[in-house]
Design a protein around this ligand. Sequence first.
Ligand code: ZN
Length: 84
Amino acid sequence: MNSNNAQNLQTCPVCGVSITEDGQVNFSNGIPGTRARLYARVCQYAQKSECINQETKLIGEIQSEDGFESGEDLHIPVAFSSSR
Ligand SMILES: [Zn+2]
């Protein structure tokens, strides 16, 4: 009954990526990442109940580098003058 190419591989029907039992996310291209990275890049935008990567306990803490690279369209408020 064992599928020999995957151990409990889950595929998110929304995002189209597979997640291994130990939480490694295999993107369709690029290097494998984490649930946090998947969430930061895909799932938080998908927001579908079918998405299997919605549990914050499993996702864990999202690091800033999990998102898309900086230098895209970040609007940083420059109005904050450093008050001291
Ligand atoms: Zn998903």
